[in-house]
Design a protein around this ligand. Structure first.
Ligand code: ARG
Length: 267
């Protein structure tokens, strides 16, 4: 009887200690007891979707993920692991899924599974206010910055040619925008919400964001899973509920200030 108690205390201590090793860039939600946590990866350099604020990962995606995981009854932790490593981490199942403003496309679908779409996007061109660039065709002959491995890169390659030396690829979108401010590139092509938010929130930087619906297509974001993940059906159900219940609109308004058009998401 007594021995049993001692053993229980030692076991409890061990479990408590084992739980203390989290890195600073990890965030947990839920009561932390019982079930195995779902590990979610992101690249937190893509405001307003995911970015670091006072040591925490915040953004539209972060709030949306939280609503979806609560709806699905899943405990999770969110890890900031960077854009290129994210794809390898999902493929190698080091994370259970990724949320990172990731566009669903046929190429990625060959390697990964995606949730139902949760956000509609297109590309925009960020330039200095006094730039002569007016549309996507004006990018010819200009040095254009993109985040490596994004659909922005693909969009610019389609316009300028994949081998074009004028396409400068950056590890993340923050450094691409820094290079634009420093005059290293003439333009940055990135997702419209990211371009718009940056321009609006940084008036001192004197940048503008240009749309071009003729040359840039519409695309949709999804959560990305390893192929065959059994989480997908559960998460899809939860996403639909979050959108239909109005929770999605609430989160959208918090980050974008207006009502979303969800007609294209859940049909
Ligand atoms: N939507 C684009 C893509 O999927 C860019 C996403 C970049 N996201 C990020 N967190 N850096 O390629």
């Amino acid at each position: 009887m007594k021995r049993g108690l001692v053993f229980t205390v030692i076991l409890a201590l061990f479990v408590a200690l084992a739980g203390c090793g989290g890195k600073s860039s990890e965030q947990s939600a839920g009561n932390g007891e019982g079930k195995k946590k779902v590990v979610v990866g992101t690249d937190a350099s893509f405001a307003p979707f995911e970015y670091m604020d006072k040591g925490k990962i915040v953004g539209f995606d972060v709030d949306f993920l939280d609503a979806v995981m609560k709806e699905a009854g899943l405990e999770y932790e969110l890890k900031n692991i960077g854009w290129d490593p994210l794809f390898a981490a999902v493929q190698g199942k080091e994370v259970d899924l990724a949320i990172s403003g990731i566009t669903i496309n046929d190429k990625r679908k060959q390697t990964y599974d995606f949730s139902v779409p949760y956000f509609e996007s297109t590309h925009m061109i960020m330039v200095k206010e006094d730039s002569p660039i007016k549309n996507a065709l004006d990018l010819k002959g200009k040095v254009v910055g993109v985040q490596n491995g994004t659909t922005g890169q693909a969009a610019v390659e389609k316009l300028l040619g994949a081998e074009n030396k004028n396409i400068k690829k950056f590890e993340n979108t923050v450094v691409a925008i820094m290079d634009l401010l420093n005059g290293g590139v003439d333009a940055v092509v990135t997702d419209n919400a990211v371009a718009n938010e940056y321009v609006k929130n940084n008036p001192d930087k004197k940048l503008k964001a240009i749309e071009d619906p003729t040359n840039f297509e519409s695309e949709f974001y999804g959560l990305m899973f390893p192929k065959g993940s059994d989480l997908k059906p559960k998460v899809d159900e939860a996403i639909k509920k979050v959108i239909e219940s109005g929770k999605y609109a609430e989160i959208y308004k918090k980050w974008f200030g207006n009502e979303p058009n969800v007609d294209n998401l859940v049909k």
